[in-house]
Write a new protein. Structure first.
Length: 301
């Protein structure tokens, strides 16, 4: 059974847990840009958290089912139409055989995950189902036939939603190894996300920093590193970012805020907030516990 791709959307990519053990080979981590949204979407359809799903970006694909297929599109509030009728984002539903699902744009956030019971069956490379290229028109996404009753996480989920709202967005960071190369005023400035952003990195525009006349030998980098490029402006490395870089790193996004980076869209305004390691550790622990709580609630519902 399968979903056939009638239109691929802006950048729709099959993802799972990614490739965390291949960074020593120079291969990026990959996987979902927003792990929490993937985990919750999978939970709503009865899957383990990192079961292969389709990550959609800014505008989604159009899919047609050749058999009844239970679906949940979870993450940013994309506009959905099932057989011409609107479907709320974040709700489970059944796309019946011959029906078409159209995933439009989203007024806020950037990404969501198309989850189906059992996940999408796809080729594994380097022990991961995360694709290296987005889907294309006429591709076939193989999955199990299934049906799902309608359900969602309810209104109480709103306080846990990581999708950024319009306006100035706070991003918590730790000082980077080259923070002393730059003016401390960096942490008080605002920056705007540019259209030149993708899964490799979020490029920001704003008042440029003075670049010191120093050289840096390329060294390991990881998703969340905030590098200052030669034009004095920041770029936040994304989940597909390179494993080694030569730009100085002024800061690093804390683990609890990495999923929010995956939801930044062009035009969003970012402000960096410097925090301590203890604050970062506490935030990560709270996020893990909150996610466990929601996954337990879903499994028992």
């Amino acid at each position: 059974m399968s979903l056939c791709v009638l239109a691929p959307g802006t950048h729709s990519l099959l993802v799972d847990t990614g490739r965390p053990r291949t960074r020593g080979l120079g291969v990026p981590v990959g996987g979902p840009a927003d792990r929490v949204s993937l985990a919750l979407g999978n939970a709503l359809v009865g899957n383990p958290p990192l079961t292969p799903a389709l990550e959609v970006t800014l505008s989604g694909p159009t899919l047609i089912a050749d058999a009844d297929t239970g679906i949940c599109v979870f993450g940013a509030p994309f506009r959905l139409e099932c057989a011409g009728e609107p479907v709320p984002a974040g709700h489970t539903f059944t796309l019946e055989a011959g029906q078409t699902l159209r995933i439009g744009g989203t007024p806020s956030g950037c990404r969501a995950y198309v989850c189906v019971p059992g996940g999408f069956r796809t080729l594994r490379v380097l022990d991961s189902a995360t694709a290296f290229e987005p889907i294309r028109k006429s591709d076939v996404l193989s999955c199990e036939a299934s049906r799902l009753p309608g359900r969602d996480l309810g209104e109480s989920f709103g306080s846990y939603n990581l999708v950024p709202e319009a306006g100035s967005l706070r991003l918590r960071v730790l000082p980077g190894p080259q923070v002393d190369w730059f003016d401390e005023l960096f942490f008080g400035r605002t920056y705007q996300v540019t259209p030149a952003s993708n899964r490799m990195g979020v490029r920001l525009d704003g008042q440029p920093l003075a670049i010191p006349k120093r050289e840096l030998i390329s060294e390991p980098v990881a998703p969340g590193a905030v590098q200052i490029t030669n034009d004095g402006k920041p770029i936040i490395l994304g989940i597909d970012g390179q494993t080694i870089g030569g730009y100085p790193k002024i800061a690093h996004v804390i683990a609890a805020d990495l999923d929010a980076v995956g939801q930044f869209r062009p035009g969003d305004v970012i402000r960096f907030q410097k925090v301590t390691e203890s604050v970062a550790e506490d935030a990560a622990a709270r996020q893990r516990e909150e996610l466990r709580r929601w996954l337990r609630r879903i499994s028992l519902a």
